[in-house]
Design a protein around this ligand. Structure first.
Ligand code: URP
Ligand code: ZN
Ligand code: ZN
Ligand code: ZN
Length: 522
């Protein structure tokens, strides 16, 4: 018999509207959406009813950027696909997109199959894979095409940093972007100038700066902003849509916002860490505390960075040409009138309605204290990566919605819908609608406050990761799980003030996104 679930009386929130409605789930898929779906005689046998009155009913989060059990920098990230996806679900994320990353000279398809062999037996939520292009050849060109046509891959990441490991040069970027354009995939870049980082690091070490602060000092904001602009320039030369992963600085975000206002098809992805905390931690006196914040590009010491990035993320399009929050209702009416539209399309006012940053990931790539200690005497050997897969939704709720910067619809757009659209998952994911996967989060809008001292969280010196959101999780078979603790890397983002009970994640139908052709049409 099919498992059925009725989520009753909550406020269903999509990116473009909110409405109090019941949601009927059958076999992990949304079957009906409407009012008073509970039959007059009460719940029939086999129908479980969840009361969501006073709660929000949101599309499950999509984390666009994770690295579970990633072999990297002489170590391997400590959240495996089981722990990591369990943590995702506990925090309201029902799908992650991880990265298959071949060595230089290696086969993309082999890397893809390797990552699948790690993930398939143990993931708890849906997942997909971006594939990295770390070198260039005819073989790579051909494999990209096969991955898109036969394996359900939609996106390829190119590294402009990690010299000698993954970095590609401009001409290789040009070739990879051209191929993405040709096969209808989206190109992604890790935007940092790898040569400048390598030279900067040598300089720091020669000066005797060996601690985590050297990591940031040798790659200032301009190193990220320059590469961001270069990638956009190259992508636009071949007319390829571009996606900038882990946007960490004000300078890089400004480059992206400007390009978008110029009409370039480029998307920016800030991450939970860049939205939730800053790079002043690199100067913390406790070595391991500082080391746990080491990632590339680094968190920025300018403490206004998280707020700045959140403002650009909040600045979604409303159609009228005015920023969402300042748009008076009459403007929404006026916007359909022709004069306004003409002004918009001619670009006179386009700049103020532009969506500046579009999606959010985490770059969840956790290393424990022992692993981070590989770089105790030399910051260049500290494995790069932070956590966040469990915390992303709450960080954005707290810092974006509670702060008044964005409304609930924009929250859904930046945590789920926009990612679903860009990575070819929409409307199965990213929307609560009849026929969509029942990946749903029942969210208590009042209970998800983060600790006020988010910026000054001290990592514990043992290997315990602070328990954070610990939501209740319901799978499509409706067994109840309460997952109170997640991954074992230390947190950099902080602890929820009221752990537990903030929300319920319903994981709908488990899908295999990687075995059939689901190439993007971008
Ligand atoms: O420091 C980071 N970001 N580690 C993960 C690898 C990457 O560049 O995304
Ligand atoms: Zn990266
Ligand atoms: Zn408006
Ligand atoms: Zn990453």
């Amino acid at each position: 018999a099919p498992s059925r679930l009725l989520i009753r009386g909550g406020r269903v929130v999509n990116d473009d509207f909110s409405e109090v409605a019941d949601v009927l789930v059958e076999d992990g898929v949304v079957r009906a959406l409407g009012h008073d779906l509970l039959p007059p005689g009460g719940a029939p046998v086999g129908l479980r009813v969840l009361d969501a009155a006073g709660k929000l009913v949101l599309p499950g989060g999509i984390d666009t950027h994770t690295h579970m059990e990633f072999p990297f920098m002489d170590s391997r990230s400590i959240d495996d696909f089981h722990q990591g996806t369990k943590a995702a679900l506990a925090g309201g994320t029902t799908m992650i997109i991880d990265f298959a990353i071949p060595q230089k000279g290696g086969s993309l398809i082999e890397a893809f199959e390797t990552w699948r062999s790690w993930a398939d037996p143990k993931v708890c939520c849906d997942y997909s894979l971006h594939v990295a292009v770390t070198w260039w050849s005819d073989q790579v060109r051909e494999e990209m095409k096969i991955l898109v046509q036969d394996k359900g891959v939609n996106s390829f990441k190119m590294f402009m940093a990690y010299k000698d490991l993954y970095m590609v040069r401009d001409l290789e970027l040009y070739a990879a972007f051209s191929q993405c354009k040709e096969i209808g995939a989206i190109a992604q870049v890790h935007a940092e100038n790898g040569d400048l980082i390598a030279e900067g690091a040598k300089k720091m070490l020669a000066l005797g700066i060996t601690g985590p602060e050297g990591h940031e000092l040798c790659r200032p904001e301009a190193v990220e902003a320059e590469a961001t602009l270069r990638a956009i320039t190259i992508a636009s030369a071949v007319n390829c849509p571009l996606y900038i992963v882990h946007v960490m600085s004000k300078s890089a975000a400004k480059v992206i916002a400007d390009a978008r206002r110029d009409g370039k098809v480029v998307y920016g992805e800030p991450i939970a860490a860049s939205l939730g905390t800053d790079g002043t931690h690199y100067w913390n006196k406790e070595w391991h505390h500082a080391a746990h914040h080491v990632m590339g590009p680094p968190l920025r010491p300018d403490p206004s960075t998280p707020d700045f990035l959140m403002n650009l993320l909040a600045n979604g399009p409303c159609g009228s040409g005015l920023p969402r929050r300042t748009c008076p209702p009459f403007m929404r009416i006026t916007m359909v009138m022709s004069l306004w539209s003409i002004l918009l399309t001619r670009g006179f006012l386009l700049h103020i309605c532009c969506d500046d940053l579009t999606t959010t990931g985490t770059d969840n790539c956790t290393f424990n204290t022992c692993q981070k200690a590989l770089g105790k005497d030399d910051f260049t050997k500290i494995p790069n990566g932070v956590n966040g897969v469990e915390d992303r939704m709450s960080v954005i709720w707290e810092k974006g919605v509670h702060s008044g910067k964005m409304d609930e619809n924009r929250f859904v757009a930046v945590t789920s819908t926009n990612a679903a659209k860009i990575f070819n998952l929409y409307p199965r994911k990213g929307r609560i609608a009849v026929g969509s996967d029942a990946d749903i989060v029942i969210w208590d809008p009042k209970a998800t406050r983060l600790s006020p001292s988010l910026q000054s969280i001290v990592c514990s010196s043992d290997d315990m990761r602070p328990t954070s959101s610990a939501g209740e999780v319901i799978e499509s078979d409706f067994d109840l799980h309460t997952w109170t603790s997640a991954a074992s890397g230390e947190a950099t983002l902080g602890k929820l003030e009221e752990p537990g009970g903030c929300f319920i994640t319903v994981k709908g139908k488990h899908r295999d996104y990687l075995s059939k052709n689901s190439s993007s049409g971008c």
